[in-house]
Design a protein around this ligand. Structure first.
Ligand SMILES: C[S@@+](CC[C@H](N)C(=O)[O-])C[C@H]1O[C@@H](n2cnc3c(N)ncnc32)[C@H](O)[C@@H]1O
Length: 273
């Protein structure tokens, strides 16, 4: 279960603003396991509404998509009902697949939802990496998508409106260098991080300057659910004030220039040694 987002509610609107991005990086990362994509068994670990599952199934016909939330999984099942995808309601902390049975794992934007502890060095995240190492065969490929702390701070025009939420989100996962070290400790050879520079997680909806006022739009990014009620009100008031005095469009444009220097998501591609 996410430690802070109500994904049963979110599953009803998530797909209005979210779309799979970084697909060429993801496919290249999976292809590193040195077997034809058509012969792979891939796990979409934390599949959400199945946005990646559906697209990847064109190239990878044997996918097991798992998620801990029934609402998100139900939406994924509907989306993929005509596709050869198997589903499981399960946690990435205990994947119901035997040792070494998978050729590839995609884990996109899930780690920050684990109940974890910064002061103890993120034991839940480390345990998940051990679990990934258990189910992947030697030579199997792991692709992890994360928003780094820098991307959380600078990659989204609206994030400076909700600094407390961003602080909480930054603490929810280990810094990228620590993640790489943990993966190496768990038996992975990790490539240089890759960033899809020109893509935004919410597609065109990302540029909707009045989006923060709309709860369904906010459901497209779980960072909003980390904002205390008072912070959310201040952020919405600020958006309305800037719209009224004609400065909001420039605010979005200026922050979008910064976004181009960080991107919004970083992919770690790794091979199980
Ligand atoms: C931001 S969504 C990402 C979904 C999908 N990977 C994507 O990129 O579209 C996070 C998903 O992780 C799932 N999740 C959170 N903790 C999980 C866990 N321990 N095991 C499996 N899924 C989990 C949530 O239910 C949610 O569907």
């Amino acid at each position: 279960m996410s430690s802070y987002e109500d994904y049963n509610r979110v599953s009803r609107s998530y797909d209005q603003t979210r779309q799979p991005i970084g697909l060429s990086i993801v496919l290249d990362g999976i292809a590193h396991c040195c077997a034809p994509l058509s012969a792979l068994k891939l796990i979409d670990a934390g599949c959400g509404t199945g946005a990646y599952t559906a697209v990847l199934s064109d190239s990878v016909p044997n996918i097991v998509a798992l998620d801990i939330n029934e609402g998100m999984l139900g939406t994924a099942q509907k989306k993929c009902e005509t596709l050869p995808v198997a589903f499981a309601c399960a946690s990435i902390q205990a994947i119901p697949i035997r040792d070494g049975a998978a050729d590839g794992i995609l884990n996109n934007l899930v780690l920050h939802h684990l109940p974890d502890s910064e002061s103890e060095g993120y034991p839940a995240q480390r345990q998940v990496f051990e679990e990934f190492a258990r189910v992947l065969r030697p030579g199997g490929a792991l692709v992890i998508g994360v928003c780094t702390r820098e991307q959380l701070r600078d990659g989204f025009w609206f994030n400076r409106l909700i600094p407390q939420a961003i602080d909480s989100c930054c603490k929810a996962t280990a810094p990228i260098d620590a993640q790489i070290k943990m993966l190496q400790d768990c038996g992975f050879a990790v490539d240089e991080p890759a960033i899809p520079w020109d893509e935004t997680l919410q597609g065109d909806a990302y540029f909707d300057r009045l989006g923060p006022l709309n709860p369904a739009w906010r459901d497209g990014d779980s960072v909003w659910s980390l904002a205390p009620r008072a912070e959310l009100k201040v952020a919405c008031d600020r958006v309305q004030e800037m719209e009224a005095d004609g400065t909001l469009a420039n605010y979005v444009a200026d922050h979008n220039t910064i976004r181009r220097k960080t991107g919004q998501i970083t992919y770690l591609c790794a091979i199980r040694k």
